[in-house]
Design a protein around this ligand. Structure first.
Ligand code: HEM
Length: 306
């Protein structure tokens, strides 16, 4: 399979696992996010997206992009996301959908679709949204975001086909956000992409704990337990001044959303989206006849970098 980076190469990674070391590394000005290649002429591609977002930038570029990201999220009310996530989850389950079968499809689509709607993305509530099986919850925007998310984090084994799929998806998302190739559009796309896999993993891992009698308490307790013991994004990377890559594990108190300059700015939104979905899944479970299987069979999901 041809890869974008040529033959596979895995640098000799140094790993940090002790929470104190991890926090110190994430807060250290000497370690930066490994940079991505600059793009000379803007074009709606995955390479343009990576080169234009806060996630992969440093210095003044990061400060400016981060400020724009935080300002955008200041207008995204978590309570609104929670309500909308609940309503959308209930709509997917309504036609007799089986919560246990639909946890995976719901977790992969509802957070992105709800956030896309609040951010003003054109096709977020497209009429073709599926309500059953593998395609439950899918729309143009959720499919495009899934394709970008596969290729967003630079990795040496990304194939030419994956990169091309991500390019087409970025082009579609740029159109859905109004067609202007600028940092604001890249930032909005990045919010959806950053949301996708980590929030899905959080929902899937918390779902078993909110079902049945054991799940009578607030869903926040189940969310908190996952964030503390089984972080949805397991690790991230930094680079030293000499170009060595350091892998840092995000396990430990208060590390699930990172730390330092790049710490996740979408924490409140992520928790709200997950809570809205989990409440709707639990409500659907409770409506099911006694003895029927309940929501919570987590779909196998690989550990992810945020
Ligand atoms: C459970 C869900 C989530 C988890 C566990 C998570 C975790 C993280 C972590 C650990 C980072 C830091 C990466 C690093 O330092 O290298 C990060 C960055 C980021 N996250 Fe999240 N995230 C989640 C959901 C979200 C959501 C819902 C949004 C948007 C609404 C979001 C937006 C971002 C952005 C924009 C960045 C880059 C920030 C920067 O580089 O300055 N995340 N996330």
């Amino acid at each position: 399979m041809p890869t974008v980076a040529g033959p596979r190469s895995q640098p000799n990674l140094r790993r940090l696992t002790r929470p104190d070391d991890v926090r110190a590394a994430l807060e250290s000005p000497a370690l930066i996010v490994p940079p991505v290649p600059a793009v000379a002429i803007p074009a709606p591609t995955a390479a343009w997206l990576r080169a234009t977002v806060a996630r992969f930038s440093s210095g003044a570029d990061h400060d400016r992009r981060r400020a724009a990201t935080v300002a955008e999220l200041a207008g995204v009310d978590p309570a609104r996301l929670r309500r909308r996530a609940g309503v959308r989850t209930a709509a997917i389950l309504a036609p007799g959908g089986h919560p246990a079968d639909l946890v995976g499809p719901i977790s992969c689509t509802v957070p992105v679709a709800v956030l896309a709607g609040v951010l003003g993305c054109a096709d977020s509530a497209g009429p073709e949204i599926g309500t059953s099986g593998e395609r439950a919850g899918e729309s143009g925007v959720t499919r495009a975001v899934a394709d970008v998310a596969e290729a967003y984090l630079p990795r040496p084994d990304i194939t030419v086909a994956e990169e091309a799929r991500a390019d087409r998806a970025v082009a579609a998302l740029v159109r859905l956000f109004g067609g202007v190739l600028d940092e604001a559009t890249a930032m909005r796309i990045s919010l959806l992409v950053q949301t996708r896999n980590a929030t899905a993993a959080l929902v899937e891992r918390a779902a078993p704990d909110v079902r049945g009698a054991a799940g009578a308490g607030p869903v926040e307790a189940a969310i908190d337990a996952v964030l503390r013991s089984d972080p949805p994004a397991r690790s991230t990377r930094r680079m030293t001044a000499t170009g060595a890559i350091v892998e840092v594990e995000l396990a430990g108190p208060e590390l699930a959303f990172g730390a330092g300059r790049h710490a996740c700015p979408g924490r409140a939104q992520a928790i709200a989206l997950a809570a809205g979905i989990l409440e709707a899944l639990r409500a659907a479970d409770r409506r099911r006849p006694p003895g029927a299987p309940t929501a919570g069979a987590p779909a196998a999901r690989p550990a992810d970098r945020p």
